[in-house]
Design a protein around this ligand. Structure first.
Ligand code: C5P
Length: 238
């Protein structure tokens, strides 16, 4: 009944506009991808951590050498694919047979806290599928061709985060169905929702932000290296 974490780091990071691939952008002298790997490896409920990298980045990742040797539970890196869903498929295919649960995490979220990871793993083990999410502060509009087509009730709107945790066979089935139907999801819960299976929501931390644009990177740098350190010392810094 072991639990694996897939750390997805195979995105191009084009929107960041950095000269390095996003996974290797330095924050406080450390490549971004290492933060998530270290945090997930520090969680007692996670048994192995599998990095998923773009093919051209695999050698650069292995060259991190000593930094990787210090991370417990770290598996060999897996080659990801062109789209996020392809990277998830590749990661799932690489999991050993004894893995029953998988936590899929965006490497682009280096601020995730170990306590939040433990909470979402516990919820998934109880319910079969669970995600971290945070309530949205803004009113959300559905917009098509520049016009509002719907305003969902804000009290029901949450921003999905990662990790998202599933029974491995459930996520495999959901992915196979989406592939067969030619559908692309923007997160893994959506794949499971398309099966009609309920997904539980666990309140995550509002600062579990995804590094997509330069301003996200600046905010994450401030959180990890700036003067304002978290008072409770909860966050793993590796
Ligand atoms: O593109 P998006 O912002 O949804 O990416 C979220 C995460 O998925 C990032 O950590 C990124 O590296 C990863 N990803 C991936 N393979 C892709 C595209 C994205 O592993 N082909």
């Amino acid at each position: 009944m072991s639990v694996a974490a897939l750390v997805l780091a195979a995105g191009s990071g084009e929107r960041l506009g950095h000269h390095l691939p996003k996974a290797f952008v330095q924050i406080g002298g450390k490549p971004l991808v290492l933060y998530s790997l270290e945090t997930l490896a520090s969680v007692r409920e996670i048994d192995c951590v599998v990095p998923v990298l773009a093919v051209p980045d695999l050698d650069r990742f292995r060259a991190l050498g000593p930094a990787l040797a210090d991370i417990p539970k770290l598996a060999e890196p897996v080659a990801g694919g062109a789209r996020r869903q392809d990277s998830v498929r590749a990661g799932l295919a690489a999991l050993p047979a004894e893995v029953s649960w998988v936590a899929v995490h965006d490497a682009a979220r280096p601020l995730v806290r170990p306590q939040a990871v433990a909470r979402v793993v516990a919820a998934a083990r109880r319910d079969g599928a669970a995600i971290l999410a945070a309530p949205v502060a803004d009113t959300v509009k559905r917009v098509r061709e520049g016009r509002v087509i719907e305003t969902p009730d804000r009290a029901e709107c949450w921003a999905a985060q990662t990790p998202q945790v599933f029974r491995v066979d459930l996520l495999r089935e959901a992915l196979a169905k989406a592939d067969a139907e030619g559908r692309l999801a923007t997160d893994d819960a959506q794949l499971v929702e398309w099966l009609g299976v309920p997904v539980s929501v666990v309140a995550g931390d509002s600062d579990n932000r995804k590094v997509t644009y330069a301003e996200d990177l600046a905010a994450v740098e401030r959180a990890l290296c700036g003067a304002a350190q978290p008072a409770d010392g909860e966050r793993s810094r590796g």
